[in-house]
Design a protein around this ligand. Structure first.
Ligand SMILES: *Cc1c(COP(=O)(O)O)cnc(C)c1O
Length: 401
């Protein structure tokens, strides 16, 4: 049986590793040594699961979507990460990492954010744990995601607009890494997705693995078997996808379908479809598939969805894709808008525009009526209502709402 887990050197096949400046060697090494003993300790698990239950509101429901099941000719269940506190799966990870930071004696938290969802989830747990918090966010995103900036400030975080490069997520990551270089001893960097130097991809995947842990017993309860025929999730850096598939990676009965952001189409330059377009390169401390030109310059990602707007994708997913374990579909902006309206009108659930990419993948697959499909709704769409309304026309060739 293949093993898609990280090896002891921090690699997933040819991907991953820890490519960091010398000044961070000790910091990253300390984290590599510390994370497993801490997160596998009974004390950590008890605190983490108590907070997931009473603060985040887990387990998140596994909901049978009757009308969409009929439409797509399958048995469709939605894993409702949109119902978590702060509105997405990101909080599963920030709760875990802040507990780890505390146990490692760190006193200051930094993070990067794009749309602001990870910034809000981090500022939230910093308020909860009484920790200093600084968020790095591209100046363009600070403008575009004003409400989330206000939420972070209200929660007590300092938001640092980043004015280098395209002034978006990728630049925010670089700025956070630079800050970390200046404060290696007291600062813990809470990374928001399955990216960054080892051990972050593995750490984040483990923190999100609660999603598939719950899917297992919830399916058992509902259908009398603990695995689906299909798992579907959207993918930016890869954390909600990693959580969704974690306990099924080596289970060949389960097909895995991931939806990346095609933007205007992966054949255009206006795209964030990293697995379709990317080539092997190093970005933010790890070897992965990145969109880059022939000189190795990182190319800007384009998509309607700020949360998928990243020119790379986590190493675990690069490896699984290269090994043929996952099917990756490129879902364009117009298809995602339609998917978001479809879930809204047919099930009464307004999804995050990121999650709408996963919904749109349904129409690209052929199911048998008995197929059990679990699709993760990674977040709620409150933040995206304006985007949906403004771009409704874009999706009209797929039908009318
Ligand atoms: C951040 C975000 C994503 C993308 O990040 P992953 O690490 O790929 O999961 C997807 N959906 C929502 C709602 C998000 O906030």
């Amino acid at each position: 049986m293949s093993n898609f887990q990280v090896d002891k050197n921090g690699f997933y096949g040819e991907f991953g590793g820890a490519y960091v400046p010398e000044i961070l060697y000790k910091c990253v090494h300390d984290l590599q040594e510390a994370y497993l003993p801490i997160i596998e300790s009974e004390e950590f698990k008890a605190e983490y699961h108590a907070l997931l239950k009473d603060y985040v509101g887990r387990p998140s429901p596994l909901y049978y979507a009757k009308r969409l099941s009929e439409k797509y000719g399958c048995q469709l269940y939605l894993k409702r990460e949109d119902l978590n506190h702060t509105g997405a799966h990101k909080i599963n990870n920030t709760i875990g990492q802040i507990l780890l930071a505390k146990k490692m004696g760190k006193t200051r938290i930094i993070c990067e954010t794009g749309a602001g969802q990870h910034g809000v989830a981090t500022a939230t747990v910093c308020a909860l744990m009484d920790m200093k918090c600084e968020v790095f966010m591209g100046a363009t995103d600070v403008e575009r995601q004003h409400t989330n900036v206000e939420r972070m400030k209200m929660l007590g975080a300092k938001v640092n607009p980043v004015r280098t490069g395209n002034m978006t997520l990728s630049d925010a990551c670089s700025a956070a890494i630079r800050d970390w270089c200046c404060h290696p001893s007291d600062t813990f960097y809470i990374v928001g997705s399955t990216m960054g130097p080892h051990p972050y991809p593995d750490l984040v995947a483990r923190m999100q693995s609660v999603i598939s842990e719950e899917i297992k017993w919830q399916l058992e309860e509902k259908i009398g078997r603990d695995y689906p025929d299909y798992l579907i999730a959207c993918i930016g850096g890869g954390s909600n996808a990693a959580g969704t598939i974690y306990h099924y990676m080596n289970d060949d009965r389960v097909k895995i379908v991931l939806a990346e952001a095609g933007g205007a189409g992966y054949e255009t330059n206006h795209t964030a479809a990293t697995m379709h377009k990317g080539t092997v390169g190093i970005l933010h401390g790890a070897k992965m598939l990145v969109m880059q030109n022939n000189d190795g310059q990182i190319e800007e990602a384009f998509t309607i969805s700020a949360g998928l707007d990243y020119p790379g994708v986590g190493p675990m997913h690069c490896n699984m894709y290269k090994q043929g374990r996952t099917q990756v579909l490129s879902v364009n902006d117009d298809e995602a808008i339609y998917g978001g309206y479809e879930l809204t009108r047919m099930e009464g659930i307004i999804p995050a525009i990121e999650s709408a990419h996963a919904i749109a993948a349904l129409s690209k697959l052929q199911f048998k009526p008995t197929d059990v499909v679990v699709l993760t709704v990674s977040g709620r769409g409150d933040k995206d209502v304006e985007t949906y309304l403004k771009n409704k026309q874009m999706a009209k060739e797929y039908g009318n709402f």
